[in-house]
Design a binder for this molecule. Structure first.
Ligand code: ZN
Length: 154
């Protein structure tokens, strides 16, 4: 993660796109109680948040917290089959990692720009930089281990 001497951590609200700063101590003690300064919604949640194409660059680029992105599609059987594993992985990884889902049918330009050619594709970003990517569904433990390894390079 970011420099631990910094007293605040910057992260972005998945719902409204506002950039929020959280005291690092708050993140350690009561991360899931943190509310967005603009929309009042929960900023960090222990389950995947839907992320739109319009918010993607800001969300992954302005977050000090590494972001796991699940590129999926409603017609993709393996994506649906993996959803419960992704939910459990999000519980285990939050708040160290933010977990979001991008429906590529609703984000064609983004999928094309990032060359996401199959679903599910999983990618870990840190401040907009892609650290790792894998295609195909993973079971929960393999997914969690892979994300932690990738995020440790942030
Ligand atoms: Zn918000």
């Amino acid at each position: 993660m970011s420099d631990p001497s910094t007293p605040t951590v910057q992260t972005v609200c998945a719902a409204c796109g506002a950039v929020n700063r959280l005291p690092r101590a708050r993140l350690a003690q009561n991360a899931f109680g943190a509310k967005c300064g603009r929309c009042g919604g929960r900023l960090l949640e222990p389950h995947p948040a839907a992320l739109s194409e319009a918010r993607f660059d800001e969300f992954v680029g302005k977050s000090d917290i590494p972001v796991l992105v699940d590129f999926w599609a409603p017609w993709c059987g393996p994506c649906r089959a993996m959803a419960p594993a992704l939910d459990r992985a999000a519980e285990r990884l939050s708040p160290d990692v933010r977990v979001v889902k991008v429906n590529i049918d609703e984000a064609p330009a983004l999928a094309s720009r990032l060359r996401v050619s199959s679903v599910p594709t999983l990618a870990v970003f840190s401040r907009g930089r892609e650290l790792a990517r894998t295609s195909g569904a993973l079971p929960e433990s393999a997914l969690t281990d892979w994300v932690r390894r990738a995020a440790s390079q942030a």
